[in-house]
Design a protein around this ligand. Structure first.
Ligand code: ZN
Length: 181
C-alpha cells in the first residue's frame, strides 16, 4: 500500500489530493531515511496500462521540482505534451485530452492553479514529503511541526532544535572567547 497518511491536516482539497498521493509515491520514509520509489505499487493499484503508467511516472518526476521550487512554469510543456484543451462545460472550464491518467492529473493541477490552491502544495525542505498547507496565511514550510503519530517526523521541530543548538554553540564560543580576554 502507498501510505497517504494525513499528518495533522496536511491533506489537499479533494480534487488535488490524488496529485499529492502521486507525488508522495516517491518518498523518504521516516524509518530508513532512504529515498524510495513506490510508483509501481500505485500503478498496480490504479490498474494503469503500462504505457499510461510510464507517462504518469514522468509527469510525477516533472511535477516534483515544480512543487519543490514553487515555479509552475514547467506545466506549459506538460500541457503541450498531453494535448490538454480547455472547454466550457456547464458553466465551468474543463480540460479534454486523450492522454489517459497523466492528462487527468494535469487537468487537476491546472484547476488547482486557477483556484489558487496549487501554490499551497509544498514539499518539506527536509524530508521532501509533499503536504498541503492548510494554514490561513499559507506560511507553513515544514511537513509537520510536531510528531503527530507513528509516521510523524517533526522536521520543523528537528530544524528548530538544530538552530537552537547552533545558536547555543555560538553563544558558548563567544562567552568562552570573552572569558579568555
Ligand atoms: Zn519533513
Amino acid at each position: 500500500m502507498v501510505s497517504t497518511a494525513d499528518f495533522a491536516g496536511q491533506v489537499a482539497p479533494a480534487e488535488l489530493e490524488p496529485v499529492r498521493t502521486l507525488l508522495n509515491s516517491w518518498l523518504i520514509p521516516n524509518d530508513s531515511r532512504q529515498p524510495t520509489d513506490r510508483f509501481d505499487e500505485l500503478a498496480r493499484a490504479s490498474r494503469w496500462r503500462r504505457r499510461d503508467a510510464a507517462l504518469v511516472r514522468e509527469l510525477r518526476d516533472g511535477l516534483r521540482p515544480a512543487v519543490e521550487s514553487g515555479d509552475a512554469g514547467c506545466l506549459n510543456q506538460w500541457i503541450e505534451r498531453t494535448g490538454l484543451r480547455p472547454a466550457v462545460d456547464e458553466g465551468g472550464v474543463v480540460y479534454r485530452h486523450e492522454s489517459g491518467p497523466a492528462g487527468d492529473y494535469l487537468a487537476a493541477v491546472l484547476a488547482a492553479v486557477a483556484a489558487g490552491t496549487w501554490k499551497r502544495l509544498k514539499a518539506c525542505p527536509d524530508c521532501k514529503w509533499v503536504f498541503y498547507d492548510n494554514t490561513r496565511n499559507g506560511s507553513k514550510r515544514w511537513c509537520l511541526m510536531y510528531a503527530g503519530g507513528p509516521d510523524g517526523r517533526a522536521c520543523g521541530t528537528i530544524a528548530k532544535v538544530r538552530r537552537y543548538r547552533d545558536r547555543r554553540a555560538c553563544e558558548l564560543r563567544t562567552s568562552q572567547g570573552s572569558a579568555t580576554v
